[in-house]
Design a protein around this ligand. Structure first.
Ligand code: DGL
Length: 287
């Protein structure tokens, strides 16, 4: 931790609003930390890009958080960057870095009784097969499906829109048909993109009764508390509670940055974070 500062800073990044689901879960658990969040909105979506490009973008965000915001720990609040660029990020900065894939797979292992799980994610995450590998390492069989229309729908703020509900229904029908073709009996669905928890009510309405829905954002926040909690030296809430954060703990310091459309980020970001995001600062990370 920077010795000049008493409060540690957790740096969090994503391509857009999705990472706010992780930030929200972190604030609920670590109200004494300060947070710096960057959404690389100018270059979103990451999910349709190559490993090389994702790694370059993600390393730039990581350096910004460490070098310009003095982050002590980084949480990659993006499954796509976690799947394709974890090594590149770890090489770019000396601070500890936590991704969302392993915590998501671990939560699936804890939830699944049949050992068969479904994963929805971006194109790039699915093609990396990072979830299949992480689930396989835990004795689970995973079927992954790319759902490329969902990120733009979230970024548009259509989180409770009939078009979004229909798109989700179609994707999940296709995924369930594939599971049936392969003779699997899935009981757990992993939201393998941090944008998808913002669609959770629509997704829960579309899954078969009894299917558990795993939020990789929540799972990552739990893992961050386990990994960084002690080192952070500030209060950790084992039972996350927005009320407890508001009533008993100091207001967390949260600084938000975006690489584009600051006004839109302020408007939609507050809704997704569940608290005002404050004045979002525009940054240029380069090309
Ligand atoms: N939210 C990001 C993820 O978890 C990616 C969205 C995108 O830029 O495609 O994968």
């Amino acid at each position: 931790m920077n010795p000049d500062r008493l409060t540690p800073t957790i740096g969090v990044f994503d391509s857009g609003f999705g990472g706010l689901t992780v930030l929200r879960a972190l604030i609920e658990r670590l109200p004494g930390a300060q947070f710096a969040f960057i959404g690389d909105t100018a270059r979103l979506p990451y999910g349709s890009k190559s490993r090389r490009t994702i790694a370059r973008y993600a390393a730039q965000s990581a350096r910004f958080l460490v070098e310009e915001q003095s982050a002590d720990f980084l949480v990659i609040a993006c499954n796509t960057a976690s799947a394709l660029a974890l090594d590149a990020i770890q090489e770019a900065v000396p601070q500890p870095v936590l991704g969302v894939i392993e915590p998501g797979a671990e939560a699936a292992r804890a939830a699944s009784r049949t050992g068969d799980v479904l994963v929805i994610a971006t194109d790039a995450t699915v093609h990396s097969h990072a979830y299949a590998a992480a689930c396989g390492a835990r004795g689970l069989r995973a079927i992954e499906k790319a759902c490329p229309l969902l990120v733009p729908l979230v970024e548009e703020g259509w989180t409770n829109h009939p078009v979004t509900a229909e798109v989700i229904r179609i994707y999940l029908d296709e995924l369930n048909a594939e599971a049936a073709r392969r003779g699997l009996n899935p009981d757990t669905l992993v939201l393998g993109c941090t944008h998808y928890p913002l669609l959770r009510p629509l997704i829960e309405a579309a899954v078969p009764a009894g299917m558990k829905v795993i939020d990789s954002a929540e799972a990552a926040a739990e893992a961050a508390v386990r990994e960084f909690g002690e080192k952070i030296g500030c209060p950790v809430l084992s039972t996350p509670s927005v009320e407890r954060v508001g009533d008993n703990a100091p207001d967390p310091v949260v600084r938000c940055f975006a690489t584009d459309s600051v006004e839109k980020f302020e408007r939609l970001g507050s809704r997704f974070l569940g608290r005002p995001v404050g004045a979002v600062e525009l940054v240029d990370l380069g090309g």
